[in-house]
Write a protein that binds this ligand. Structure first.
Ligand code: C2O
Ligand code: CU
Ligand code: CU
Length: 504
């Protein structure tokens, strides 16, 4: 995942982009477009909101005096999507759940209540907090009807940025995230970043049947990684947002899709990327598009030019699961067409330009650091998975086993990991708690300081990263963030030992 320069985008722009990927149910749902505005002749106009509604912001819960205490109830609920009623999952009845807004140094106490019919738990994706005990511990299991009290203590130097939360109970992660369990976390900047307005854009996908119920995924979809027929922004189908000419907004975008890559464009408007994941650039980078693998975030300045715009996800080929004949042919391909996500209406009097980007803390650069250990992680697929005739998804030849430690690391060390993709499809590699600095892609060194917590490893590609395992000893996981692959076994356990203890 990387920002694409203007020059590169010109070449990419000439690639064929086929029609939309929206299938059966998607047509029914998106077919409501414009009907509301035309006077609501559709028989189900009583459903209320229609596509083209103003973009909403999720509700926001904000810390005060260093503490944020929240209750999150994971449960099924009734929502309106594209003017029709639907039954999805959600936190506190919202799709997405509430945005948690905190500051470095805060303590965050979350009481998670499980109102689902199956086990769940909670993960705070990207936060640099302890994975032990009732911290960001992916091994916690909360049974239906039970509650669990999580506590996260953000260090005083925690990087500002956009993070997110979602369930992490192995085997059910894809189903629960696809169903609607996700929400944003913002760690505020220490100083202001000038923008007329700040918006959170949580981009998800989902598939619903004609009655608005969640559909079950097929074996093929779980092998490839399911992509929903509807792509939503803050739970809305193709919402609209208004800007004035010359106005600059800050958009914080998170890709919470289970498997869909978002190659985002907003042609005609001025886009400057402030950073990706928790990695803040020293200066904003002018971009034509941004590619977000599942789990990635973008921090974007959007300055409105004259003329309206459409936020689009354009085609991205993430490869295929192969074995086409066996698994149902091209259903295993991972290429999607153009999807309109939101419209931007630019109108009204022009506004004066805002001050430029304030100086940022210089990012840590591990390229010159002394490396304590080097490891390789090979992402592969083979026959004989545990899911009844499917494929096995492995890292270094092994499927996930929560009772096994795959990687033992000494706290405080700097390691270099080589991520090797032995398959025909991309795998976005994610490590909890510790961000990764990308130093090399397919043998070419990266010439800027690039920190991400989800690093895309393209089909047959090799990516090299460095990680500083400072702070927070404990056990956690790394995995492919195509959550179907994670549920199918593409995950390993890492144990980071206290710096002063033998590795044993
Ligand atoms: Cu966003 Cu282990 O995941
Ligand atoms: Cu995570
Ligand atoms: Cu994968």
């Amino acid at each position: 995942m990387k920002p694409i320069s203007r020059r590169a985008a010109l070449t990419l722009g000439s690639l064929g982009v086929a029609g939309t990927a929206i299938g059966g149910a998607g047509l029914i749902w998106s077919g409501r477009e414009g009907q509301g505005a035309a006077g609501g002749q559709a028989p189900d106009s009583a459903f209320g909101a229609v596509p083209g509604d103003t973009l909403r912001q999720p509700s926001e819960l904000r810390s005060a005096d260093g503490l944020l205490e929240v209750k999150l109830d994971a449960a099924p609920g009734r929502v309106t999507i594209g003017g029709r009623g639907a039954t999805t999952l959600g936190y506190n009845g919202g799709l997405p759940g509430p945005t948690l807004r905190v500051r470095a140094g805060d303590r965050v106490a979350v009481r998670l209540h499980n109102g689902l019919a199956e086990a769940t738990n909670l993960h705070v994706h990207g936060l640099h907090v302890s994975p032990a005990g009732n911290g960001d511990n992916p091994f916690v299991m909360v049974e239906p009807g039970d509650s669990f009290d999580y506590e996260y203590r953000l260090p005083a130097d925690h990087p500002p940025g956009l993070y997110w939360y979602h369930p992490h109970h192995h085997g059910l992660v894809a189903d629960q995230v696809f169903g609607g369990l996700y929400g944003a976390i913002i760690v505020d900047d220490p100083g202001p970043i000038p923008a007329a307005r700040e918006r959170v854009l949580v981009i998800s996908d989902i598939t619903l049947d004609e009655s608005g119920n969640l559909t079950r995924s097929s074996l093929g979809e779980r092998m490839r990684g399911r992509e929903g027929e509807l792509v939503l922004v803050n739970g809305q189908l193709k919402p609209n947002l208004g800007m004035r000419p010359g106005e600059r907004e800050r958009w914080r975008i998170v890709n919470v899709c289970v498997s869909r890559y978002l190659r985002l464009r907003l042609d005609g408007q001025d886009l400057r990327l402030l950073g990706l994941d928790s990695g803040r650039f020293e200066a904003p980078e002018s971009v034509d598009e941004v590619l977000l693998a599942p789990g990635n975030r973008a921090d974007l300045w959007v300055t409105a030019a004259e003329g309206d715009g459409v936020l689009r996800a354009v085609a991205y080929d993430r490869g295929s699961a192969g074995m086409g004949g066996m698994m149902g042919g091209d259903a295993l391909g991972g290429t999607t067409g153009i999807i309109d996500l939101a419209t931007v209406t630019v109108a009204g009097a022009g506004v004066a330009a805002l001050p430029s980007f304030p100086a940022q803390r210089k990012p840590v650069d591990l390229r010159g650091a002394a490396v304590t250990a080097r490891r390789e992680f090979v992402f592969a697929m083979g026959m004989g998975g545990g899911m009844g005739g499917g494929m096995a998804f492995t890292i270094n030849g092994r499927e996930f086993d929560g009772g096994r430690v795959d990687t033992t690391v000494r706290g405080g060390s700097v390691e270099e990991w080589t991520l090797t993709n032995a398959t025909q499809m991309d795998h976005p590699m994610h490590l909890h708690v510790w961000p990764m600095q990308i130093i090399e892609r397919d043998g070419r060194s990266v010439d800027s300081v690039l920190w991400q917590d989800v690093v895309n490893v393209p089909a047959r590609g090799v990516v090299r990263v460095r990680i500083d395992f400072t702070g927070f000893p404990g056990k956690t996981v790394y995995h492919c963030h195509i959550l179907d692959h994670e549920d199918n076994g593409m995950m390993g356990v890492i144990d980071v030992r206290p710096a002063d203890q033998p590795l044993a």
